[in-house]
Design a protein around this ligand. Structure first.
Ligand code: NVA
Length: 385
């Protein structure tokens, strides 16, 4: 018998929401690699994108040309005219994905400029633009990754509605231990200006994040079925990689790759696996383990130089977003419409480029792979090595 007065709308509580016991036969989350036929994807959003403050870890991961921008405007929204143009591109990208038959989902709008405090630090947020950085799908499991930037501590909130929906419908949902992000997580003496020092330290396996506790960004992982490739980076530490290795168990091989890169952060503009045995490499960041792929008979295609003009602000990344492409299946590749050299490379490889404008969206630090997280691709768990 209802205890609600007539006319008062009863809000359903969780006990009444249908949760599939023991998971579903067909989980709404299922993706084993970067190229199986895409059915559902999360595309990030521009709204609320907030300039991070110039903290130690931001300094270590960004071009010094932009430091005064972060210093001056940290905590405020990114310039509105620029966001407006980026938003137009992202909405167009969503339309194109829908036309190609892909279900497009979006995070919620969050005010990332609101300041928050934990017992260890105070910060403002960043954005919900790059689901690839935080969400990692391995098989039927979706991870909310323990990212290393203080401004990203609460980023998961934008995705919780979707994650709960996927969980209710049968997906496995995992949140690894959340880093405290106290000062011990960051090497306070990490050299910020000298590239030579960074090269030397990267070669020694030293980065701005310490091994105080596990941390990793999803975008440092690249999936090829039973083989998962990851880099130790400015935001992913060895403890984080070991956490993932133990969690996934013997069904998966976790390979740690390294590159001649003084500032590694997110593997998908450095080493982008776009097909079964097909990888795009970055000529400025050679991979130290390339022979492993050669020996396995993979095709290794070097990305041509990006064409992004020098006057476009790239607040959060290098120009190599040109190779940060998204596969809709083994043939269709979503690529920036002005990146003619890499479009030609894809054509030579027998792929079908889908050209989409993304110039202004690049400014926030990601290309098509970064701006998305593929939730479901039709396919099975295979070995490609
Ligand atoms: N941090 C890397 C990857 C971005 C997706 C870069 O700037 O090239």
């Amino acid at each position: 018998k209802s205890t609600f007065a007539p006319g008062v709308k009863k809000v359903p509580d969780f006990a009444e929401t249908k949760v599939v016991p023991g998971g579903n036969q067909k989980s709404p989350v299922s993706s084993h690699n970067e190229w199986d036929p895409l059915e559902e994807i999360i595309v990030g959003r521009v709204e609320g994108a907030t300039i991070p403050s110039l903290t130690h870890e931001v300094k270590a991961n960004t071009n010094h040309k932009n430091w005064s921008f972060f210093e001056k405007y940290g905590g405020q929204l990114f310039p509105s005219q620029h966001l407006h143009k980026a938003s137009g591109e992202i909405e167009e990208f969503c339309r194109i994905l829908s036309n190609e038959g892909v279900i497009v989902r979006r995070p919620e709008i969050v005010d990332f400029s609101r300041e928050y405090s934990t017992p260890d630090f105070t910060s403002t947020g960043l954005y919900a633009a790059m689901p690839r950085d935080i969400l990692l799908v391995i098989g039927e499991e979706i991870f909310e990754c323990p990212m290393a930037w203080r401004s990203r501590f609460f980023e998961y909130r934008a995705y919780r509605k979707l994650l709960k929906e996927y969980f209710r419908a049968g997906a496995k949902w995992t949140s690894p231990p959340k880093p405290q992000m106290s000062d011990e997580l960051y090497d306070q003496s990490y050299p910020m200006t000298c590239v030579e020092d960074r090269h030397r330290l990267a070669a020694e396996g030293k980065f701005v994040t310490t091994e105080f506790e596990p941390c990793f960004d999803a975008a440092d992982f690249m999936r090829a079925g039973r083989d998962i490739f990851v880099q130790r980076s400015q935001v992913t530490n060895m403890m984080g990689i070991e956490w993932m290795r133990r969690h996934l168990g013997p069904e998966y091989n976790i390979h740690v790759l390294s590159f001649s890169d003084p500032n590694p952060m997110h593997i998908d503009a450095t080493f982008n696996i776009i097909g079964p045995g097909l990888v795009i490499t970055n000529p400025e960041r050679p991979c130290h383990q390339l022979s492993m792929f050669r020996n396995a008979g993979w095709t290794i295609a070097e990305a041509p130089l990006p064409t992004i003009p020098d006057d476009l602000p790239l607040w959060m990344s290098s120009k190599w977003l040109s190779m940060n492409v998204l596969m809709l299946d083994q043939k269709r590749v979503v690529v920036e419409k002005n990146e003619t050299p890499i479009i030609k490379l894809f054509e030579r490889l027998g792929l079908t480029p889908i050209k989409v404008p993304m110039k202004y969206a690049f400014s926030l630090g990601g290309g098509f792979h970064c701006w998305t997280c593929d939730v479901r691709r039709r396919g099975t768990l295979e070995s490609y090595m």
